[in-house]
Ligand binder design. Sequence first.
Ligand SMILES: [Zn+2]
Length: 221
Amino acid sequence: MLVNQGIKKELTLYGKKIAEKGLVVAGGGNISAREGDIIYLSPSGFALDEINEDQWVKMELATGKVINSNKLKPTCEIKMHLMCYRVRGDIRAVIHTHPPYVIGVISTGTKIKPMFPDYVTCLGKEVPLLPYIIPSGEKLAEVVGKVISKYNVISLKNHGALTVGGNLKEAFYRSIVLEEAAKILFISKTVGTPAILTPYEVKEIDDLTAEAYRRRLLKDV
Ligand SMILES: [Zn+2]
């Protein structure tokens, strides 16, 4: 199997999954994946579930130069994607979505806090909430770059979410678990008062996760 075709196939697959899960509608959101010194980005103006394998935009990470042969332009959020890869060498995938529950909850100024174990395992101890910043510009890329150095998941007020991962699957799981967390918080608020996990409970889960990860690593040796 050609490696390049593999990553483009995967991007096409996850573009469909992201749309199926309702994390974007119409031409909203954008995704990318890194392979060595090259990144592949969603083309501008396309719905994520309508991009075929030949339509991903190929770009040199170091220079930001488009080197694809399909003449398509990359997503307008290109600066934000490049920034993530440049800030952290371990990032292999970036997913930016417009999930309705996330946007609805965070735009009231409410942070999506940990209420269940998968939150901690998948998203970390907390998800930072950035103020509204106009999309596509230098400023958004700059602020995201600062925050992504310490987090894998960011919520963007009145805009959406950004997740990163060591591969597309990891970044995708983070995107769906964040939307799930927003839904759970919304349901909880309609029924009563949400019970947020305490810092001690969060740490306990985090320790368990770290322990399981270490064990898995040892097993792989
Ligand atoms: Zn957006």
